[in-house]
Design a binder for this molecule. Structure first.
Ligand SMILES: [Zn+2]
Length: 319
């Protein structure tokens, strides 16, 4: 492994003890569990070491990952600000005129600014590691349980790991990211405790957590969160909340989903290439377009109790 930050700080995800490593396996010198390495990637997942349900599927998923590519650096995007990189390079499918995406672009840009140079960052549930290229000034490490979707490209993942059993020693990181992951973990309290454990005292956590989103990545979609649920979740598990901000007002959530559902349903029902489906799709797009435009402009007048996402900033309590 060429990354010293990873090499010097990995631990057994089960007992948090030390490792004896070879090129192909990690053997815990405390609890003696053995963890494989697949395509050079450590698979530090308790149920794999214990050969439990799903371990063969996870190993197969790890084995089929494309070769790890380098992270596209922001230096490739010279002259662009973070928000432009976010919308034009990383998430081209997000329309920056949509209220909640505009909000997210701003928050991600603030986050990139708040993370100091050379800060150690663990992206938990990093998926396609989209945020890595906004954080090339920091020391970014990615972890994910790579089997959650076959539509995603997990080739940048450093360590295959479970968010509820993170294989890093205590107090290694300055920043922990948990971006649209909390709805997918079976035990959110355990996940937040693990985030707190791997952070240095005073370390920062950034989380993006949905209140309103359709089921996705099924069957790995377990819950949604209110503002007050998020507050309890973090405060009971080692953090102090700095802020919890809703991404948009109620009208935008309602219109955004109404419009999305009305437009996609005919294509699902009649097929993407059928004239009937396309005509219904265009019909709904035309009918609902003025409402979408109105909701974008007037979002601030409608209550904050029905946002699509919450953006959370929390700091690890100093014991
Ligand atoms: Zn162990």
């Amino acid at each position: 492994m060429e990354n010293k930050l990873i090499e010097n700080n990995l631990c057994c995800p089960v007992c948090k003890g030390g490792f004896l490593t070879s090129n192909t396996v990690f053997v815990c010198n405390d609890c003696e569990l053995t963890f494989p390495c697949v395509q050079g990637r450590p698979i530090l997942v308790p149920f794999v070491a214990e050969k439990g349900d799903g371990s063969d599927a996870l190993l197969a998923a790890a084995d089929s990952l494309p070769v790890r590519k380098g992270v596209p650096s922001v230096t490739n995007y010279q002259g662009m600000d973070v928000e432009s990189i976010f919308f034009e390079k990383l998430f081209r499918q997000f329309n920056r005129r949509d209220t909640h995406w505009a909000f997210l672009g701003r928050k991600v840009s603030e986050m990139a600014e708040k993370i100091p140079k050379n800060a150690t960052v663990l992206d938990i549930g990093a998926g396609e590691c989209k945020y890595a290229s906004l954080l090339t000034h920091a020391r970014y490490v990615s972890a994910d349980l790579v089997s959650s979707s076959d539509k995603h490209d997990f080739s940048l993942i450093d360590i295959v790991a479970d968010a509820s059993a993170i294989p890093f020693r205590d107090k290694v990181f300055d920043v922990a990211l948990n971006l649209v992951v909390m709805e997918h973990v079976p035990d959110p309290a355990l996940t937040v405790r693990e985030m707190s454990r791997i952070l240095k005292p005073g370390g920062l956590a950034f989380a993006l957590i949905p209140l309103v989103r359709p089921e996705h990545l099924v069957p790995f979609d377990f819950q949604r969160f209110t503002r007050y649920g998020i507050q309890q979740l973090f405060e009971n598990n080692g953090f102090q909340i700095n802020s919890i901000e809703g991404s948009n007002g109620a009208l935008w959530t309602a219109i955004y989903y109404a419009s999305g559902i009305a437009k996609t349903q005919p294509l699902r029902r009649y097929g993407r290439r059928s004239i009937r489906g396309i005509l219904w799709n265009r019909f709904w797009a035309t009918i609902l377009w003025p409402l979408v435009v109105y909701a974008r402009m007037s979002d601030q007048f409608y209550g904050g109790e029905f946002p699509i996402y919450f953006w959370v900033q929390a700091v690890k309590k100093v014991q």
